[in-house]
Design a protein around this ligand. Sequence first.
Ligand code: ADP
Length: 470
Amino acid sequence: MRQAEADAEAQEKPGRLIVISNRIPTDEVPAGGLVYAIHEALNDIGGLWIGAGTPSDEAQEGLTEVKSEAYDKATFSLSRTEYDRYYLGYSNSVLWPLFHHRADLLSVYERDFEAYREVNRRVARAVAEIARPDDMIWIQDYHFLMLAREMRDLGLKNRIGLFLHIPFPNASDILALPQGPQIANWLAAHDLVGLQTQRDVAAARETLRRDPDCEAMGNGNWLFRGREFAVLSFPIGIDAEEFARKAAESPVPELQLSPDAPLLLGVDRLDYSKGLVHRFRGFGAYLEQRSQHGTRPTFLQIAPVSREDVSAYQDIREELERAAGSINGAYADLDWTPIRYVRRHVARERLAALFRRANVALVTPLADGMNLVAKEFVAAQNPDDPGVLILSHFAGAAEQMQAALMVNPFDHGNFAHAIDRALHMSLAERQDRHASLRENVFKQDIAWWTRTYLNRLSRVPAYQEDRPRD
Ligand code: ADP
């Protein structure tokens, strides 16, 4: 189609939203905050949701339509080798550890990067085939950092946004990435790069400033080889109303605990970024110093395994089992197991009810983009008798949730002290802290997040190839 015809068509039809994420939900109405929020946005605006298909022997060009009612869904194809190299390899054994400040865990192989580039290129070609000039393209997360650059190279002039759900790495961590010098170029291909926190924006600024082609313009705007783009923070939220309702209405699962026994709760995917071993040791330090005559708290950690095909995830599993065993060995009694470690996935209703029953939540990652569990715990509480959130400085949520009891997960003494304080906190202090946390969790919820991001992206002026925007 010639440009004039494409422009005329775009004027007739309002632009669609094209979302690209690693996975697309299979349910007609998906459960879970982010996928539900994207589902709602697509329902409102109309458009297309693209995600990876099931890996097969050989990858195919283009998109495969998936049956869906309100808006379109499609998958791009991945070969099994690409799944190993692009997904398990470059995405989850290079970018994930690096962006979580674990350069020591990197497994760098050129062939993994080549597969990552190939998948990003194939998706770019597929989108370029179907995108209309007025469509807004919203890329999700670290699996597609090069996608916008590849789309621009194919001539796409659409509004393109990226939201990175994980932390942005420090400039010194990026030195460990062979492709580090290209990151500014990849980011600059978007119109809007959304990050979780101000801390992430500051880290990105450090990297962009080092690039000779990048110039800071203030207010989060940058100029890269004459083209403007923005890097701003949009802290993601949860569907707080829905989660609070679930927590109030669902029965608490049977725990074999007396109703007034103090319950500490941790809920995480089993991932080295979540600080689970540090958490177990911090709880161990608390047990060491607690009065033998006080109440005996139970710490329930729910942590289903994830990414089992990546070796760093097998190591953490064994380390955690050893830590739980040795702490229980030292402190358990005939009628008391201090740490209960459950590897099962728990249904959302049961999880919400458990959050409400818990006296204390331990949300203590060593690095985390946001951490939605912190927000879910707050939403689930009974405001008249709320539990206490113990939150790590290193969760993205810490920026909005300073009314939590803040801890340094590396400092076991500090951790033990926070648990003691939480278990003895007065009702008035619990209520005060909770009211302040709750206000933010309900106000900046997931609908606020999608709305704010998409409003900003839709206000980007039309694409200018070689001349800065006004
Ligand atoms: P991440 O995206 O790194 O896993 P988040 O805390 O941001 O971490 O989001 C995790 C989501 O998964 C939350 O909505 C949480 O309730 C859910 N979740 C975590 N662990 C479990 C579990 N054991 N069973 C069910 N849901 C879980």
